[in-house]
Design a protein around this ligand. Structure first.
Ligand code: ATP
Ligand code: MG
Length: 372
């Protein structure tokens, strides 16, 4: 999937005939759907097995609706649907919880709302239901003016692989997993999810979870945003030289994908085909960042990172980004333990790669670098 999506994205950046563009967009969109189904099935089986671990990180509840707006707003705009985000004034600045999983639930509900609405409005409301004993009960309500759901179907919707009727898959696609996954995530967090709907009028899905209040953290540099490419370009221009990036990746297809993704930037790309080569290249040349595949023959990414870090000097702090097909929490932890600064799961999202490079290089180059 890394190759399919990565290369399709790169091709779309280039010059194509109308027909080719259409074909590549179809490849990209089909790959994207397939990836979603794969991820859903993987999530669902982990939830079934009780193997999904929840993270506890500080986050601002208001950012979930904002994330949904930035990811799905364009899709709503294309259908001329108004997108409304309403966050109550008393929603706390910071709580503790699994922001990634909560965002997944909001995105599932909002993508359904956009998918099943032809005209009108999709609204995301975030409210505080209660605040006591250091805990906040928060509610997200996603309402739409779409096709609605028949009363006798409402109770089955949260069952896996159920769609309201046989025509849904033909008309809208999807596999009927989104709501089943959302329900399990919310319930395993100790919360509840509910639906109200009227055929032809619209639907409202809401869920609530109780989370510990937290002290607002220093806001993390925004990692996502459609303008990552522009910002990275501006940053490199400000440097007055090429950005030097070392990529350690043994798979030639993945090397090609990365080359394509970074092609439009003033980046001097060094390629290393395994961990040992990466260590040698990192010692020999000064790099602004290193992208490190985890699984490589002989010396893997974790070992190579430990060797590089052990050198000290500039190699103690050069930003290292893990690129990996193993997108499990324990892998992310192993990367952090080895001294890596960021973790990107394959298939690599170009925007995430660019914004991560930008964020780490900005922070790193701003530090005074000791000579070596
Ligand atoms: N906002 C909504 N308006 C109308 N019908 C909805 C809405 N949300 C969900 N449904 C109905 O509930 C069914 C199940 O939703 P669910 O998100 O689980 O599956 P899906 O969207 O069909 O597929 P998937 O999410 O796996 O891509 C949908 O197929 C649709 O019939
Ligand atoms: Mg869905």
């Amino acid at each position: 999937m890394n190759a399919v999506l990565g290369l399709a994205t790169s091709l779309l950046d280039g010059t194509l005939t109308e027909e080719q563009r259409h074909a590549v967009m179809t490849i990209h969109d089909s790959g994207d759907s397939l990836l979603r189904i794969l991820n859903d099935i993987l999530d669902y089986s982990k939830l079934e097995a009780g193997k999904l671990e929840f993270e506890n990180v500080i986050f601002a509840p208001a950012t979930l609706a904002e994330a949904a707006r930035s990811i799905l707003g364009p899709r709503a705009a294309a259908k001329r649907i108004t997108f409304v985000v309403n966050t109550a004034g008393d929603v706390p600045e910071a709580v503790l919880g699994d922001v990634g999983r909560l965002r997944q639930v909001v995105l599932n509900l909002v993508s359904n709302a956009v998918k099943f609405t032809d005209a009108g409005t999709v609204t995301i409301e975030t409210t505080l239901l209660a605040r006591e004993g250091g805990m906040a009960t928060l509610r997200w309500r996603i309402s739409d003016t779409g096709i609605g759901i028949a009363a006798d179907k409402l109770s089955e919707l949260f069952v896996e692989f159920v769609q309201a009727d046989g025509s849904i898959n033909r008309r809208f696609g999807g596999s009927g997993l989104g709501l089943a996954i959302s329900k399990r995530i919310v319930e395993q967090m100790g919360g509840a999810i509910a639906v109200e709907s009227t055929v032809g009028v619209g639907s409202a899905f809401s869920f609530q979870v109780k989370l510990p209040l937290a002290v607002a953290a220093v806001s993390h540099a925004r990692t996502l945003g459609p303008d990552a490419a522009e910002r990275l370009r501006a940053f490199i221009a400000g440097l007055g030289r090429s950005l030097r990036v070392l990529v350690a990746e043994d798979n030639p297809t993945n090397q090609f994908v990365l080359r394509q993704m970074l092609k439009g930037f003033d980046i001097r790309l060094d390629m290393a085909a395994d961990g040992a080569e990466a260590v040698t290249a990192a010692e020999r040349e000064v790099h602004d960042a290193i992208c490190m595949d985890m699984q490589m023959p002989e010396v893997d990414g974790l070992t190579a990172t430990r060797i590089i870090r052990a050198h000290g000097g500039r190699l103690a702090t050069v930003p290292i980004i893990a690129l990996t097909g193993n997108a499990f929490d324990e892998d992310e932890r192993a990367c952090a333990d080895a001294g890596m600064d960021a973790f990107i799961a394959k298939p690599i999202n170009k925007n995430l790669l660019l914004s991560t490079l930008l964020r780490l290089c900005e922070a790193h180059i701003a530090e005074p670098v000791g000579g070596d």
